[in-house]
Design a protein around this ligand. Sequence first.
Ligand SMILES: Cc1cc2nc3c(=O)[nH]c(=O)nc-3n(C[C@H](O)[C@H](O)[C@H](O)COP(=O)(O)OP(=O)(O)OC[C@H]3O[C@@H](n4cnc5c(N)ncnc54)[C@H](O)[C@@H]3O)c2cc1C
Length: 459
Amino acid sequence: MTANLSRRELLRYLAALGLPGAGGAALAARPERIIPWRNWSGGQACIPAARIAPDGEQAVADAVRAATGTLRAVGSSHSFSPLVPTEGTLLSLNNLTGMIGADSAALTSEFWGGTRMSDMGEPLQKAGLALSNMADIDYQTLAGAIATSTHGTGPRYGSYSTQVTGLRLVLANGDIVDCDRQHRPELFEMARASLGALGIVTRVRLQNRKAFRLRRKEWVQNTEELLDNLPQLIRDNDHFELNPLLHCDLSLASSLNETDDTHTIPKDMGGDTEKVRPLALVDTYLRDAPRAQATLLDFFARHIDFPEVVDDSFRVFANVRDVRFNEMEYEVPAEAGPACLREVLKTIREQNLHSYIPLEFRYVKGDDIPLSMFHNRDTCAISVHQYYELDYHNFFAQVEPIFWKYDGRPHWGKLHTLNANQLSRLYPRWKDFLEVRAAVDPAGKFLNGHLRSVLGVNC
Ligand SMILES: Cc1cc2nc3c(=O)[nH]c(=O)nc-3n(C[C@H](O)[C@H](O)[C@H](O)COP(=O)(O)OP(=O)(O)OC[C@H]3O[C@@H](n4cnc5c(N)ncnc54)[C@H](O)[C@@H]3O)c2cc1C
């Protein structure tokens, strides 16, 4: 469902607000309060019949058992794709958050599914532990992040889903079940990246590592030079990322490496508005003068100051993204990454496509999770973005076929146009996932329209 409201939805909304147009009967009925939902970018919205936040695991089970229509779980609404929207019940784990326990010797921990990633670093640190890798931001909930196999960067590091060693789920019939490699292993392997289609994840057990510190360096360099030097850059750095600018020859490069340095240089948590502003101005005023645009972008990029950061890992990994955007990301085989990126950049220039938000180019280690985008292959993740107030459709439509050419799999939480027919060819264990889904939710209680389309399920 998109941000456009259907007439029926609009009438329900007006009725809830007590405004004209809803009809006398609806007004007289004093409808329950309706709380519309929308995602971080504003690109997805819905008006659920009910929004609930049960206050315990048993209450989640009771709510799932009682739900008669569709029920979707929502985390912190940071997915760009319509995974969440429903006209039925929207269930949040806002009341099931925080650490349940940790074992410092075994380097393991357990968290409630509704915990935001930003609330995990401190309690893990107190237990001498840390997440081995983290994504670009830490606003996501743990259950929401693993539902889409959310990832960071580093060819030796898998997604969050690979850090999961056990899960507790509430299934469609209200049963509360635990699963891991020993207990219900078929459910476990699918539930590690499930798009929220198998049940409500209430608890997550994790394999952690000892707490560690990171040094972050950022610099601006010619994109071709960086690409030529990639094998060395990814070999010599624990985490490496490239952010090519769209209309000049430069990229922002960043590396994160473990350090024993105890002297903290904290990160500026002021967000990226200031860094992005010059790029936005150049794009707005010099869009039709490509040479002047490239010259000015070059000038700005070379004059941005990137102070080094040294701190505990969880304070270094994540960024503050206060410039909103919509995003498409595909995961292509690692060895095809540079060629794919070059073709994307070439198309953007030749077609004069406009966005001032740099691309993102990262590495993720392959895994054995059936519906993970990294299933069975080491991967390059390549993203394109468009400012949330600007139409992304033409831009993304020009770029998406390039990803298909390189055998790309779309990020489940980001925008793409593939359906089940196309997706099933990208995942060798596709049918196994569908079988497990059908067994635990035969009536499709956890499916919305988008999931029916991407999974090809009609119930
Ligand atoms: C600014 C920004 C930066 C991002 N950076 C990255 C990045 O670096 N790497 C990356 O891979 N992705 C990134 N993403 C995408 C994001 O990490 C994923 O879309 C993630 O799934 C969002 O988590 P969430 O908690 O917001 O979940 P939501 O978006 O609310 O939900 C996502 C899915 O999780 C399911 N879900 C939520 N809670 C539960 C539960 N308790 N049980 C079962 N299912 C549940 C939902 O039903 C839905 O299918 C970014 C997104 C934004 C907006």
